[in-house]
Design a protein around this ligand. Structure first.
Ligand SMILES: Cc1cc2nc3c(=O)[nH]c(=O)nc-3n(C[C@H](O)[C@H](O)[C@H](O)COP(=O)(O)OP(=O)(O)OC[C@H]3O[C@@H](n4cnc5c(N)ncnc54)[C@H](O)[C@@H]3O)c2cc1C
Length: 471
């Protein structure tokens, strides 16, 4: 191994790219030289560069809002200038006339504050912005290996097997050893699977709930739906969920393409356009004006995605391996996947920062120094992963109408779990403990109101004579 510490990041999604950027900044700031200040970071992804990938993949063009936690991570890596240019500003959620709950007095929820504004765009928009910064400023520290799938050959030596592909065919294979291996390879992580194989103390918990979704492009929104503002997520229905958002069109922020996510409680197939229209009429008749019949034809062909899976691990590290983002913890969408992925990268970099001086002084081997950082990361971030899985499981459970009323009213009062999880000053663990306490208070209040009602009815019946009662 060279005198530089070799760090592998498997996966160039939001988590992997944020960590690569944070490490590159740290290496450059430590005043060594422009070629890496003691570390060499290699980022692998089995997909092509984000700049070559298809810009609009309807299945993955769900709109992601970056708020409190994600914003904090972007400020940490000094990426907000580029995000200001590349993504839409995010303001909150607009509830359109919801057919089954039109009596509720809620039509808008502001989700950001002036001090901590947000962004909205697709996963691709976010990844392109991060990749651009790394390539422009830190190419001396970070090397990208695109179209290179990675697997773990040896846990002892930290050896990875890189398999480069082109047009779906393997063009080369080689092995390389690393001092630190970061699994940022998403919900189906191969790094996590390898750790599970070699570490008997490593424990993965998987759960699955009946949550599905299919994406549809609102292809008439730019012409007919001019009043839709890209700065707001548009909620057309809550149960079943249909929420649409804008992704920067071919001209970046200057134009928008709209994608709507339709939620289902089972794997749902539509057999013809009439069925789709019936569903849209039920969700929100307004949607019928925003989609052409051709897009509905494509919608019928599209696969319904299962989004109800959650995965959590304990611990988040083993030997020289550590897990970030969805690889460490995946959960059903609550608008926090990317935010949490980027924050986890920030926390890992902060933990590495605490041992940085011992690392650069060279007094101990890099693997020993990083080991301390990985322990700290596990202690600091695992409560958040446990909380995220809990929030993902509980947010959409229970009686439909109760859940709806509770969710909308509590959001309006600023107490909703969705709103609270967008607050950068609260950890996800705080949001979970608050939510548990609120559920308990609501349950006790419900019981107290029920008991008083029964008592009231009993007393009334006692005071009435049987004749009065019958009359
Ligand atoms: C339908 C749907 C809707 C969603 N909505 C939202 C939302 O509204 N808000 C939100 O914040 N989040 C949302 N999410 C979740 C969000 O997309 C993820 O949480 C986020 O992308 C996780 O980032 P990551 O970097 O951890 O992993 P990923 O984004 O999954 O990136 C992992 C990367 O690793 C690469 N990779 C995998 N295996 C290998 C390998 N063996 N070798 C090399 N590379 C590999 C993959 O190609 C990929 O690029 C949604 C997800 C889905 C499916």
């Amino acid at each position: 191994m060279s005198s530089k510490a070799e760090i592998a990041i498997v996966g160039a999604g939001p988590a992997g790219l944020t960590l690569a950027l944070a490490l590159a900044r740290r290496a450059m700031a430590s005043g060594h030289d422009s070629s890496g200040g003691g570390i060499a970071v290699t980022v692998y992804d089995k997909q092509p560069s984000h700049f070559l990938a298809q810009r609009f993949d309807v299945d993955r063009s769900y709109t992601i809002d970056i708020t409190g936690h994600g914003r904090k991570a972007l400020e940490y890596v000094h990426a907000t200038d580029v995000f200001d240019e590349a993504l839409f500003e995010f303001k909150g959620l607009i509830y359109h006339h919801l057919p089954n709950v039109s009596f509720l007095p809620v039509n808008r929820i502001d989700a950001v504050t002036e001090e901590s504004p947000g962004y909205t765009g697709s996963r691709g928009d976010i990844c392109r912005a991060l990749q651009q910064i790394i390539e422009e400023k830190f190419s001396g520290v970070v090397a990208f290996c695109w179209e290179t799938g990675v697997s773990v050959e040896s846990d002892d030596t930290g050896t990875l097997v890189e398999e480069r592909t082109s047009g779906g065919r393997t063009v080369s294979t080689r092995s390389k050893a690393f001092d630190l291996i970061v699994g940022a390879d998403g919900a189906g992580s191969v790094v996590r699977a390898a750790v599970e194989r070699f570490d008997p103390t490593f424990y993965i918990q998987k759960r699955s709930t009946s949550k599905y979704c299919t994406m549809m492009e609102l292809d008439k929104a730019e012409t007919v739906g001019k009043e839709l503002s890209p700065e707001w997520l548009q909620v057309f229905n809550v149960i079943p969920l249909s929420v649409a958002g804008a992704v920067g069109g071919g001209l970046g922020r200057g134009s928008a393409r709209w994608f709507c996510q339709f939620g289902f409680t089972r794997d749902t197939i539509f057999s013809n356009v009439e069925e789709v229209k019936r569903h849209l009429r039920h969700c929100s008749p307004k949607l019928l004006d925003l989609v052409t019949d051709e897009e509905m034809e494509k919608f019928i062909e599209r696969k319904c995605q299962h989004i109800g899976r959650s995965v959590s691990c304990n611990p988040l590290r083993s030997g020289r391996f550590v897990l970030l983002g969805d690889a460490a913890c995946a959960f059903p969408p609550i608008g926090q996947g990317v935010n949490a992925a980027m924050e986890s990268a920030m926390v890992l970099d902060q933990c590495i920062g605490r041992v940085w001086n011992s690392f650069t002084s060279g007094s101990e081997p890099a693997t020993v120094v990083f080991c301390q950082a990985l322990n700290d990361f596990d202690a600091e971030w695992r409560p958040s992963t446990d909380a995220l899985v809990w929030l993902g499981d509980h947010l959409w459970s229970g009686n439909v109408m109760w859940m709806l009323c509770k969710g909308m009213f509590s959001s309006k009062l600023g107490l909703g779990v969705l709103s609270r999880s967008k607050d950068r000053t609260l950890s996800y663990y705080d949001v979970m403990t608050e939510a548990i306490a609120m559920e308990q208070r609501l349950r006790y209040t419900g019981w107290a109101v029920g008991a008083l009602g029964v008592l009231g009815v009993g007393l009334t019946l006692r005071t009435l004579s049987p004749r009065q009662f019958l009359r």
